[in-house]
Each structure stands twice: as C-alpha cells, then as structure tokens.
Design a protein around this ligand. Structure first.
Ligand code: CU
Length: 615
C-alpha cells in the first residue's frame, strides 16, 4: 500500500516536481503524533522529513518496551510514546528491559508474512546421486508471540540475557505457547564489548520479517570512553535508521517469478544398488531470475524515502555547523534492502567522509588500536542489519550535499534497489565548538575480539546457502543454510531443531560461507563478531570486525568449466567462541524472509569444563 503511494510520487515527479512537493505537503497534513492512546495505539501520521527519534537512557530499574498493535502496524511504546526509542547503554553496566506483549490481532501479522499459505509440505526437490538431499519446508503461521534480540551484543544466549530460542511472550489475544505475557531481560554489557551502534528487534522464528516490517525495530547505542572523548571534543551526533515497510513483495505469490525445472516426485537419477555419499549442492533447481521482484519501500527515521529525483523538501534536511563535523550512526534495520551509502554534491560527485565503526565495532587492528583515519569517497555497502558510523563534514556554505544510497545489484533473483537520496546536508552558520584532540578516541583499547587473527585456527568448515522454489498451488521458496560434510541433508530450520554444529568454548574456527543462489545473502551470527579474511577468494587487506557480512551471489561458469557449471560466491571468516558466551548461538541470513523460511541454524558452544578456555 505504501509502495503504491511512492510509485505515484515518481510518476508525478517525472511531470513536475512541484506537484510532488504538493503531494508531500498533503501527506504531512496528517499531523504526526507519537503518543500511544487507546484510539491510536501506535500514534498518528508519519513523521515529517528530518524527524529525530527520541532517546532513553535507562536507569538501573530499566525500561518497559510495550509492543502494541494498530491494524497492520506494530510499535514499541516507551513512556507512552510509540516511536521505538534509541536506547543508550554503557559498557560494563546492566541494561534491563521489560518486554510487554499487547499484540491483539496475530492474523494481521500473518497477512504481512511471506508468500504462500501452505497446509501441506512443499513438493520435494528431486534428489540425484551425489547431491545433498533437500527436505521441503512448511510455512509457519504467525502466532503473535514476540521476543527481543539485542543484535550484536556479546552477551550469553541464555535467559535472562539474549536467548531468542526459548524466551517469548504471548499476545493479548491468547496464549501462543510462551507461558507469559512479559519477560524482563537483564543484559550484562561487558566492559570490553566493542562500543558503538547496536539494535533490537523480535526474533520469533517464522514471523521476524512481518513484525519488523510492521514496525518493530530500534537502535541501541553502547557508549564507552571513545564517546566521552568525542563528546568532550564537541562533536554532535545523529542517529539515522533506515527501515523497510510492506511493499508488493509482502503476501505476493511467487508463481510468476519461478522458473524451476518441472517437478517429478520420482527419485530422479536413482539407480539400483548403494548410492554414493552426497557431497554436492544441487544448483539445477535453485531459484532462477525473478522478473517480478518489487522495489523495497524504505523509510528514514520513520519518513518514507521517495524514489527518483525527489525535491529537497521531501528529504531530511541535516545542518552541520560550518567548518565542523558530525558523527552519524546509521542503522540498516530493513528486512531485506541492502544500502550502498555515499555522500555526494548536488551534481552527484562523491565527497569524502570518514568511516569510524561498522556493526558497533570501531575500526581497529587486531591489537585494538584505531586504524589511521581514512577519509574516503567510496560508497559503503551496508547489508540488512548492518551499521555504519561515519564522520561527516559540513559542505561549503551556500552549497548542498546529499546522503544517498546507490543502486545495489542484488543478483538476478534479488529485489531491485534503485539509487535514492536519503537526506540533504547544508552548513549552518553557527560557530562550531572548538574541536579538542581526540586522544582517548584514538588510543589502543583491546576488546573481547582483539587478538583473533593471531589465534590458531582449530577447525575449518564450509557453510552453504541455497534456496529452492516449489511450484504448485501454494507457491513457496524454502531457504537453507547447511554445513557441507559427506551425507549432509538440507532442511529448513524449525523451532526446536537440534544444534547443527557443536564446539567447545574457547575454540577458534574459519568458516567459508558459500552462496549457491542467484541473489545476495547477509550472513549473521549472534553473540560474536568475526573478521572477514577473504571475499570470493581475494584476501581482504585489513579484515574488518563485523557481525553481518554480505555473501556475493553465485555466477554461472558454464558446463565445461573446471569449476563446474556454477561458482558460488564465497566469504572466509574467522571467529572464536569465548567461554563467557557459551550456549546455543543462532546463525542465519539477515534477509528476514530467508531466515523465517529456513535459512537459519544453531551452533552449540559447550561450556569449558575446567573454566579454562583460551580467553
Ligand atoms: Cu538470505
């Protein structure tokens, strides 16, 4: 619905942008009011461009996040305001959040959930000798249960901390098997967790995408000494949250998009006698090019982002004191939209900015020393759930600059992501505060993941991503993440499934994540950050410390290629599992639809028996 409003704007704008501005003004006429009332549980209207999200700094008593519903909207309400606040927490302290579920209509969540209304399992993918068997999946009906994941937090996956596998809360409409209407999380934020931008969202498997699209996402800033130093130096900051709203993808049938081989239920390729052990991924039945994929509808701090050459009046107008700079903390809370962020001048020329952190982790070397400041005009790819923290300078007085997201090639089966302007930037005449030297901000400060690159690698694994469409009356795509080992089986994740991988606490591993599909995926693992060593076989000069990484799509190489007909996209990551984070750790694609429909698994980290890991 919102998508068609945006499309209308492009058409008008191609005739005259003045008309679009008038349309934008008309939209603003529904005054924005974030107060949650019984008549308007999630407030009224959409915020005007340039909206600043409220912030809370919970005291030791914590805060209550109440999940409320108004038709096809869900919202986090804090202190009567339905505008998911930026939560500020401090390294080395406890963050207490009581989650209260007041969802009234799970059917509305179901309507926003992915395509298909399966009453019986999907047709099987034909199994051939040598290929891992593929188990069909079932769609999970939405229940209205919700819970809270603190994305990126290096806290244990055990209640009352970041346990998304056993903790949930029942909706007001009736029990959903959680046994409670609220739950109080007590997160012990480690003193040596990387400081920066994190975020919160629900993680009830099967309805993550719908609940996020309907409004359940928010930012968390974990502050430490480097923030103190920046604040002392007079650097102002802004939090910019990109969210995704339901568009033509939601609830649509995939029939037109699917071009898989015709199904036979016969066991294609089976010959008499013992079958060879499966060692290969079936690429013949992967989802092919998707002619129908919609353009993802996104918002910035709650305001819809127009397509095309939107007038400046439709954009957030960000002022930076002339000669000064600001810290921008940018969260990609979209369910599947990738961003490719850059600053440009009015003619589209790239302007330099300084990247200081990614995924809540300041750009440091393996010893914890801040990397030399890198002014770059290069655009920065931010996958769904990724964060980018940048220092932006004021443009010269009298000129305008823009925050843009460039078009992203998500592969021929991915959603279309055209270039869009997100905000206009101007210098304000105010005199900036004198900028002190950022000595603390630049000092060496090892964190929980420092020294990772020098640790011995105990084991290497290959983790494969695959997706198969299932033609039929209730079309559906099943998504898979599987460790490749002889005899492996591809099975969509279902709640309660056994851990796919078990390791001892204190071990260090390298994982090659392979993408066998025709679209980008975003690999994420809870609890730990990892360093990215290689992308498509090329080593990365300075391996970044991330909690989500883009995995390039597969490329066709031809049947006579020595690599086989398809070359998967690949990233190699190095990760370690500290004893303090032992427990059942989910890993999954952060395109929420993919996660909901099976591209998720669990890693069990066994506590070290003698309390002696390598950490
Ligand atoms: Cu994915």
């Amino acid at each position: 619905m919102k998508d068609s409003v945006v499309r209308g704007t492009i058409l008008i704008c191609s005739l005259t942008c003045a008309a679009a501005a008038a349309a934008a003004a008309a939209v603003e006429a529904t005054a924005f009011d974030a107060r949650s009332t019984s008549a308007a549980p999630c407030g009224r209207g959409t915020p005007p461009p340039g909206h600043t999200i409220p912030e809370v700094r919970p005291s030791s008593g914590g805060i209550t996040l109440t999940v409320r519903q108004d038709g096809d909207r869900l919202c986090y309400v804090v202190n009567g305001i339905a505008d998911a606040p930026v939560i500020r927490a401090r390294l080395g302290t406890e963050l207490t959040v009581k989650l209260q579920n007041e969802i009234t209509d799970p059917a509305a969540i179901d309507a926003v959930s992915g395509p298909g209304k399966l009453a019986s399992p999907n047709e099987p993918v034909p199994n051939s000798d040598g290929f891992y068997p593929v188990m069909p999946g079932m769609r999970h009906p939405a229940t209205g249960a919700t819970n809270l994941h603190v994305h990126g937090f290096a806290v244990p996956p055990i209640k009352p901390q970041d346990d998304v596998l056993t903790v949930c809360t029942d909706p007001a409409s009736g029990p959903a098997g959680c046994g409670q209407r609220n739950f109080t999380y007590h997160y012990q934020v480690p003193a040596n967790m990387p400081e920066g931008l994190y975020w919160y969202h629900p993680h009830v498997h099967g309805e993550v995408q719908a609940q996020m699209l309907m409004g359940l996402t928010g930012a968390i800033i974990v502050e430490g000494p480097r923030d103190d130093a920046r604040r002392a130096a007079g650097i102002e900051e802004r939090v910019l949250i990109v969210r995704q709203t339901p568009d033509l993808d939601a609830g649509k049938t995939q029939a037109a998009a699917m071009t898989a081989a015709p199904l036979t239920t016969a066991d294609v390729g089976r010959r008499p006698g013992p079958r060879p052990v499966a060692t290969e991924i079936d690429t013949a039945h992967e989802l092919l090019c998707n002619r129908n994929s919609a353009i993802d509808a996104i918002t910035l701090n709650g305001t819809p982002v127009p397509l095309g050459d939107a007038p400046d009046s439709a954009l957030a107008d960000i002022k930076i004191a002339a000669g000064g700079k600001q810290l921008w903390r940018i969260l990609n809370a979209a369910t599947d939209a990738f961003l490719d962020l850059a600053i440009t001048d009015a003619s589209g020329q790239a302007l330099p900015f300084e990247v200081i952190a990614r995924d809540g982790s300041p750009l440091t070397d393996d010893a914890g020393a801040i990397l030399p400041s890198a002014q770059t005009p290069q655009s920065q790819l931010v996958p769904p759930s990724g964060r980018l923290e940048i220092l932006v300078e004021a443009p010269p007085s009298g000129t305008k600059a823009y925050l843009v997201t460039h078009a992203v090639d998500t592969g021929c089966a991915g959603d279309r992501l055209p270039e869009r302007r997100l905000a206009v930037i101007e210098a304000s005449p105010a005199t900036p505060a004198p900028v002190a030297t950022l000595t603390v901000a630049h000092s060496k400060r090892p964190d929980l993941f420092s020294g990772l690159l020098t640790q011995h690698t105990d084991r290497e694994r290959i983790i494969a991503l695959a997706e198969y469409p299932r033609p039929g009356s209730a079309d559906q795509i099943d998504f898979y993440i599987v460790e490749r080992r002889p005899g492996a089986v591809l099975k969509p994740y279902m709640m309660g499934d056994r851990p796919a991988i078990t390791v001892k606490a204190g071990t260090t591993e390298e994982w090659i994540v392979e993408n066998w599909t025709n679209e980008l995926h975003a690999f994420h693992i809870h609890q730990v950050h990892f360093r990215v060593l290689e992308v498509d076989g090329r080593s990365v000069d300075i391996p970044p410390l991330l909690d989500v990484v883009n995995v390039p799509y597969a490329t066709a190489t031809g049947y006579h290629s020595k690599e086989g007909p398809v070359r998967p996209g690949r990233v190699r990551i190095k990760l370690t599992f500290p004893p303090a984070l032992a427990g059942d750790i989910p890993f999954h694609c952060h395109l929420a639809d993919h996660e909901d429909n099976g591209m998720m698994a669990v890693l069990r980290v066994l506590p070290s028996r003698h309390g002696a890991g390598r950490h």
